[in-house]
Design a protein. Structure first.
Length: 204
């Protein structure tokens, strides 16, 4: 793609580094910004800068937050004894949109994937174990994607959690194998949470 400006080319190249954004889409976005008022573009730039410099990760559940402890973990009406384990923040948002869950979360920050060089030590698994030791938890829901990596992670977590006196559940398989939670419709995901089953039964 030939550019009439090096500044334009640099901006397009940066946008095209975003996932799912090719050069044509990047060019369209950059040209859109050029047509906006200067203060609108500055507000856009400021939002991105603050996102990177001021964002926090909850010290309890590792979800993205504006504070040291996120709104979900600090909410008094949440059931702190019910923990839903998810891969990342997108899954927290997907489950919250169902309005079917009133517990709290634990964000792993990924899934075990030897092919990608991701092992258990790369995830926030030990902090989950610490939460179970330090608080009264009655159930842990393993709400991970129905993929090979998701099932591998669930099996590993079950081995780590099975000696605790808690119920370990998985979401019902209304979700097709290979499906990721963020792309599942709210009704299906809500029903999968509501009709969760003990992990032992899911592998029987």
């Amino acid at each position: 793609m030939n550019f009439s400006s090096k500044l334009l080319e640099n901006a397009v190249n940066e946008f095209s580094r975003l996932p799912g954004v090719g050069q044509k889409t990047a060019l369209r976005l950059v040209l859109h910004l050029l047509n906006q008022q200067a203060n609108d573009v500055m507000r856009f730039s400021d939002a991105l800068t603050k996102l990177k410099s001021e964002i926090c990760y909850c010290s309890v559940c590792h979800n993205i937050s504006d504070e040291a402890i996120c709104e979900i973990c600090s909410a008094p009406k949440r059931d702190k004894g019910l923990i839903c384990v998810v891969e990342d923040t997108r899954d927290v948002m997907a489950i919250e949109n169902t309005n079917q869950f009133n517990g709290v979360y634990h964000v792993l920050g990924g899934l075990i994937s030897p092919m990608d060089g991701v092992g258990p030590s790369d995830l926030s698994i030990e902090s989950l174990v610490s939460r179970l030791r330090e608080s009264e938890v009655h159930e842990v829901i393993l709400a991970l994607s129905a993929t090979m990596e998701g099932d591998t992670t669930i099996f590993y977590l079950y081995k780590k959690l099975k000696d605790f006196n808690i119920q370990v559940s998985t979401i019902a398989r209304g979700i097709a194998f290979g499906g990721e939670l963020e792309y599942v419709d709210e009704v299906t995901l809500g029903r999968s949470i509501a009709t969760r089953v003990p992990y032992e039964r899911s592998i029987a």
